[in-house]
Design a protein around this ligand. Structure first.
Ligand code: ASP
Ligand code: MG
Length: 444
């Protein structure tokens, strides 16, 4: 079996759904399970509709129009629309009326609200598959076995999910049925609908792949796999043949928009291969994501960067070597609910980075009780993902490139076993450095 996942933009309209259906139909001999996101930006539109309902305006127009026009464009029979699409739209409308009356939108209600996106998209897609002769069955995640805790808006799946999913989906696929499953959602023990966090459909697909012992989980995108760099920054970026789960998770975190960071977890346990494929170029092999890889000729697999980073430079005003300094510093970050990205320390000082979106005045006042503090905005993190066992090679080349370019590296961080080496430079120099490093490591 294989699991195939298509995101919102891959099923954004009738034309895209037809295209996806063609790709899946060609692979029916591999016994696929299909996981879909909500059509296009439907999740966002549902959240907007919830906010509007809070202010007293009930409207499902945008969501209704998209699904109605898609169903019409796909030429689906009216009976399908009446039986499967209209009841969901009616339920959605009732929910919005409820929100507008109570003027309250809790996490639980929000999850119920956004669930309509995926519940609609799988029904539209499954009906289309049947119309082209594929025996497809739409399954809400809970009917496919997904159970979660009650941590609404970012629920964790319960272990029993794996056995449930296997028991449900394997016989279906074995009997020639194409299960079309909602990404992103689940139900808790009380039967409340939950979601796995934004972008959670990737996780749905990897859980299914691990549960059914799939040969491969295919995550279909609109690029030829994971690229060596952001193609908007580096025009010559090329697909990476293979990366490890750890590397993929790092890349996801650094905004490479590859996969949901948590989605690697199920496959790390089961050892299932994940493959990122391009729906616009199905013949391309894509990028394989696996547990371990032999060292390649180039020690670096991909280069990413993140803009708008703030560096907080903290120098202890206390005695040298006093214990508890780091604990106190991090306690302030915890108190202000600030998540730290990079850290570098010396005996008396500590530098760390954060997203620039935060107002740090209050944090600075607290930190100044124990240290002198300097906050520097307008920085970029440039990250090399690769084999840290070859870090000397990586660092030598990187600093060579920086010297040649006249770029001053302001902070460096590298773990003992991690796959990432990160540098802080001025924001304006980030793209230049990424291009120069790409040329240095990949020769283009
Ligand atoms: N539709 C959900 C979202 O937009 C889940 C997903 O696309 O993976 O976040
Ligand atoms: Mg989406």
């Amino acid at each position: 079996m294989i699991a195939m996942k298509f995101g919102g933009s891959s099923v954004a309209n009738a034309e895209r759904i037809r295209h996806v259906a063609g790709i899946v139909k060609d692979r029916m001999d591999l016994k696929p399970v299909l996981v879909l996101s909500a059509m296009g930006d439907t999740t966002d539109h549902l959240l907007d509709a919830g906010e509007a309902a809070l202010k007293g305006t009930v409207s499902v127009d945008q969501v209704e129009a998209l699904h109605r026009s898609t169903v019409a464009d796909l030429g689906l029979p009216q009976a399908v629309v009446d039986a499967e699409i209209l009841p969901l739209l009616a339920e959605l409308k009732s929910l919005l009326v409820g929100i507008s009356l109570i003027r309250e939108l809790t996490g639980r209600t929000r999850d119920y609200l956004v669930s309509f996106g995926e519940r609609l998209s799988i029904r539209v897609a499954a009906a289309y598959f049947r119309s082209i002769g594929v025996k497809a069955q739409a399954l809400d995640a809970w009917d496919a076995g997904f159970r979660s805790d009650s941590n609404f808006t970012s629920a964790e799946l319960l272990d029993e999910t794996y056995a449930n999913v296997k028991a449900k989906l394997v016989p279906l696929a074995d009997s020639g049925v194409l299960p079309v499953v909602t990404g992103f959602i689940a139900k808790d023990a009380d039967g409340n609908i939950t979601t796995l966090g934004r972008g959670g459909s990737d996780l749905t697909a990897t859980v299914i792949g691990a549960a059914v012992g799939a040969e491969e989980v295919q995550v279909w995108k609109d690029v030829d796999g994971i690229l060596t760099a952001d193609p908007r920054v580096v025009k010559t970026a090329t697909p990476v043949e293979a990366v490890t789960y750890d590397e993929a998770a790092e890349l996801a975190y650094f905004g490479a928009q590859v996969l949901h960071p948590r989605s690697m977890q199920p496959c790390i346990k089961s050892g299932t291969t994940v493959r990122v494929k391009n729906s616009y170029n199905p013949a391309a092999v894509g990028t394989r994501i696996v547990g371990a890889l032999d060292g390649g000729a180039v020690p670096v697999r991909a280069i990413t960067s993140k803009k708008n980073v703030t560096v907080v430079d903290i120098v202890s005003t206390r005695m040298l070597g006093q214990h508890g300094f780091l604990a106190r510093v991090f306690a302030y970050f915890e108190a202000h609910k600030l998540s730290v990205d990079m850290v570098a320390t010396s005996e008396v000082s500590l530098s760390l980075t954060l997203d620039s979106a935060h107002d740090l005045a209050a944090l600075k006042r607290d930190l100044e009780k124990i240290a002198s503090v300097d906050i520097k905005k307008g920085k970029a993190i440039v990250t090399l993902i690769g084999e840290v066992s070859r870090s000397s090679e990586i660092l030598e080349k990187t600093f060579g490139v920086c010297v040649a370019k006249g770029i001053n590296v302001q902070m460096v961080s590298q773990g003992a076993s991690k796959v990432n080496i990160s540098f802080i430079v001025d924001d304006g120099q980030g793209p230049d450095l990424v291009r120069a490093l790409h040329e240095g490591f990949f020769g283009k």
